[in-house]
Design a protein around this ligand. Structure first.
Ligand code: NDP
Length: 310
């Protein structure tokens, strides 16, 4: 039995040392040095090149090293009966908490408008609100979204989340669930942060209709995936003055092509998918735990639900 790793963060020697400390008996191979492909029964990756998954006849488990398992889910070479688990921390990611707070505070304190005014050497006066008077909406209260929402709540913002399945409010975070409650969630959100996974249901979720449902002067922060936002609709909502500003960290095409209008829009902040550094070390015990569970026939944790798409 062997684990095949394909990563873009961490160093091969470090990964090997960590696995040796955690599970010395594990045969760890690093892409593209697969060795005998029949030995590989677990693959841990963000994705593999087209068709590669089909070349491992004894594959039993795929571990997504990314929070968003979309590339693996959309790969037709991944056998449908092989489970996919996520290696990220189910309690969230501190750097995602930081970046959420950064962008929300930036919009909350009107920094894009002040920066534009400085370009004009104009001394402007804008309303100054404490966090307790600001309503922030977080789309997605999953591993990352819930921790980020709690961070915002800790600063004092009025925080609501939008999810698929109704649940009691966690830590004073108001919960809106399902398509039916989406307009009400948007209507109360002066700053909306997207932390949804990309699925057929969530693609294009931030479109003209959604922007129109936000209160006038609202700001949008997209930390999910580029395909959540209809770019032309966002630009139209900003140009009409309905939305104040937007920060985008993710794009349909990455790197964002240099001629894309998003780059130069005065009300848009473009971040080059720079929200966090993925920490490899803490994933190793979780990957080993998944392998032990698989071998012992015990239920896996952090399993991706193919039907839901996340
Ligand atoms: P999870 O899978 O843990 O949680 C997903 C959340 O989205 C859940 O709360 C789920 O609702 C909700 N959701 C899914 N579909 C819908 C829907 N149709 N309507 C309403 N709510 C829905 O994901 P994570 O929190 O770990 O990560 C979220 C996403 O953040 C990733 O998929 C990735 O796209 C993005 N991300 C971006 C990063 C970046 O660098 N910019 C870094 C890390 C992640 P429910 O709870 O009811 O199931």
């Amino acid at each position: 039995m062997a684990l095949l790793l394909n990563f873009f963060f961490g160093k091969p020697d470090e990964w090997r040392q960590w696995f040796a400390a955690e599970m010395p008996e594990l045969d760890v191979r690093v892409w593209p040095d697969t060795g005998n492909r029949e030995d590989i029964d677990v693959v841990a990756c963000g994705s593999l090149p087209e068709g590669a998954f089909k070349t491992f006849p004894n594959l039993r488990l795929v571990v997504s090293l990314l929070a968003g398992p979309d590339a693996i889910l959309h790969d037709p070479a991944v056998p449908k009966d092989v489970p996919i688990v996520r290696a990220g921390d189910p309690a969230g990611d501190t750097m995602m908490n930081e970046v959420t707070l950064l962008h929300v505070l930036r919009h909350h304190r009107n920094m894009p408008a002040y920066a534009a005014a400085q370009q004009r050497a104009e001394w402007i006066s804008l309303p100054r609100l404490p966090a307790r008077e600001r309503k922030v909406g977080v789309m997605g209260l999953g591993a990352i979204g819930l921790a980020a929402a709690k961070t915002l709540k800790g600063i004092g913002f009025q925080v609501a989340g939008w999810v698929r399945t109704p649940r009691p409010a966690p830590d004073g975070i108001e919960v809106f669930a399902g398509k039916g409650q989406f307009p009400a969630f948007l209507a109360r959100s002066e700053i909306v942060v997207n932390l949804l996974p990309i699925t057929p249901e969530t693609e294009n979720v931030l479109d003209a209709k959604a922007f129109a449902a936000l209160p006038k002067g609202a700001s949008v922060v997209n930390l999910g995936r580029g395909a959540h936002v209809v770019d032309a609709d966002l630009i139209a909502a900003l140009d009409s003055g309905h939305l104040a500003a937007a920060t985008l960290d993710v794009f349909r095409k990455e790197p964002l092509p240099s001629d894309d209008p998003l780059w130069r829009h005065p009300k848009i902040t473009v971040m080059p998918h720079a929200s966090r550094r993925i920490e490899a070390r803490p994933m190793v015990p979780r990957i080993c735990d998944a392998i032990r569970r698989l071998n012992a026939g015990r239920p896996l944790e952090n399993v991706v639900d193919r039907a839901r798409g996340y």
